[in-house]
Ligand binder design. Sequence first.
Ligand code: MLT
Length: 302
Amino acid sequence: MYQYHCLNPIAEVGLDLFTEDYQKTEELNDAQAVLVRSAAMHDLELPEGLEAIARAGAGVNNIPLEKCADKGIVVFNTPGANANGVKELVFAGMLLASRDIVGGIDWVLENKDNENVKKDAEKAKKAFAGNELAGKKLGVIGLGAIGVRVANAATHLGMEVYGYDPFISVNAAWNLSRNVKHINSVEEIYSACDFITIHVPLLDDTKKMLNKEAFAQMKDGVVVLNFARDLLVDEEAILTAIEEGKVKKYVTDFPNTITAGKKGCIVTPHLGASTQESEDNCAVMAVKEIKDYLENGNIRNS
Ligand code: MLT
């Protein structure tokens, strides 16, 4: 039986698992494999003898990939394992941007001791009126495990869905509903869509992909959703676009001092994959990857 060191607590998966504080790297000295969730590993000494790192999640920007390559350490991620959790929160984001749910809840809290609350609500609710998602155009940039799920689910809500991914895989294409229009130019998404959600990995090429030039091509009143990584969006530029009325709402799952508490920004604390189901799925997939590699030399999702 291998001992698996975890840098963050991970669900039980039927193997001997124990956790370590991620700062105490000396404790990892005889580890053959490390499982990590979101903790950044860039400043850590990677122990000699370490053979594999499994990132229990999709993005690997918290892993020092070059250092691992130099040392021959195989890095795995768990594509798709938390995609449903993220997908569901994207729809929560779209609803929060379209309906004043938070304003309505706050109003009820303020009126919790008002004995006429039921009657007064009928007048107050006019101030919280919103819009529906059905009939609106949604652009999905990036058709990996999450983007495909978002695109397909949106068709069931009656949205007209455009999907864009320059590197769409045959698998992803097959997984797309026939009701999703797969288009070849991201500019078409910018000019056509009422909602735009980005689901690409953070790479040099994708950094600040949604920038001033992109916002200028978008429809007035567009809602932009970012459940992928904050650096994909030029957030200074999106604040300006909000001021100018170009962007109605920016929904992001990555809080920072640029967007937190700012006009037009709806910000959650990286909750996309924070569900019991997603955490369990990632942990199980990550452990299976490591086990298969250490025992059989098989490499999947590296
Ligand atoms: C991911 O990369 O899988 C998501 O951002 C969720 C996470 O990091 O926990």
